[in-house]
Design a binder for this molecule. Structure first.
Ligand SMILES: *Cc1c(COP(=O)(O)O)cnc(C)c1O
Length: 230
């Protein structure tokens, strides 16, 4: 019997490599976050067996069950959904990287709980690069200020930026937003803020990850193309 998850993973990995090579990037600088929200433990295990090493989850409660069930695997779990401050405590225990920090309030909660377990929590700042009112993320104009405030928190370290553009399956429409996120990361890097790195750009999903790679993505978050429609 053919295993569609394994087949899909191989195909995605291949497309990632091709897009990187097409624009002269080392394919190893682009990592795949396999987005497993709503996917059950058995199918996540299949993805792990097929080589997935970073898994992305959107809901703390759902993720906690899966992470416990799959704890014998050497997996890096990333939180990519909207994080409520009252869930920060659990997120800090469960995730290596939180992609979605978009307020000082949330950052302080994460810092507080990270301090309690003597952890250095890595985070990305989520930017609402298109300026749409409905999306989570800090506005582009306010990002540098937020980054400076977060940089003061001892148990947090900023690794880069994340964005969710407003269109799906329209790579040419979202490309300017990816380029804008990269330009913003370059501006922040130039400020040389202590305790802030701009190594990671988390952008690109099933419909547009190739365009994101061409614009500099280092983490692409792909769900549907691996696990099928949710
Ligand atoms: C669900 C989700 C993804 C994956 O989207 P697909 O289109 O299924 O690849 C990526 N990023 C975030 C933040 C998501 O919520």
């Amino acid at each position: 019997m053919s295993d569609p998850i394994q087949k899909n993973l191989i195909a995605i990995t291949d497309r990632i490599r091709q897009s990187a090579e097409k624009c002269g990037r080392n394919p190893e600088t682009v990592r795949l976050v396999a987005v497993s929200k709503t996917v059950d433990v058995d199918r996540v295990q299949e993805a792990i067996s097929a080589g997935a090493r970073i898994l992305g989850e959107n809901y703390v409660q759902e993720a906690r069950e899966k992470i416990n069930a799959l704890s014998r695997n050497d997996i890096s779990w990333h939180f990519i959904g909207h994080l409520q401050s009252n869930k920060a405590k659990y997120a800090v225990r469960l995730f290596d990287l939180i992609h979605s920090v978009d307020s000082v309030k949330l950052a302080r909660e994460i810092d507080k709980h990270a301090a309690k377990i003597a952890k250095h929590q890595r985070v990305l700042v989520q930017v609402n690069i298109s300026g749409e009112t409905t999306k989570s993320g800090i506005s582009e104009e306010k990002t540098i200020h937020l980054v400076k405030e977060i940089s003061q928190l001892a148990n947090l370290s900023i690794k880069g930026l994340m964005t969710m553009p407003p269109f799906f399956n329209a790579p040419d429409k979202v490309r300017p937003f990816f380029a804008a996120l990269r330009a913003l990361a370059d501006r922040i890097r130039a400020e040389q803020i202590p305790n802030v790195q701009m190594d990671e750009l988390s952008m690109g999903m099933t419909g547009d990850f190739e365009a994101a790679i061409e614009e500099g993505a280092t983490l692409v978050r792909v769900g549907t193309a691996i696990f099928g429609e949710r």
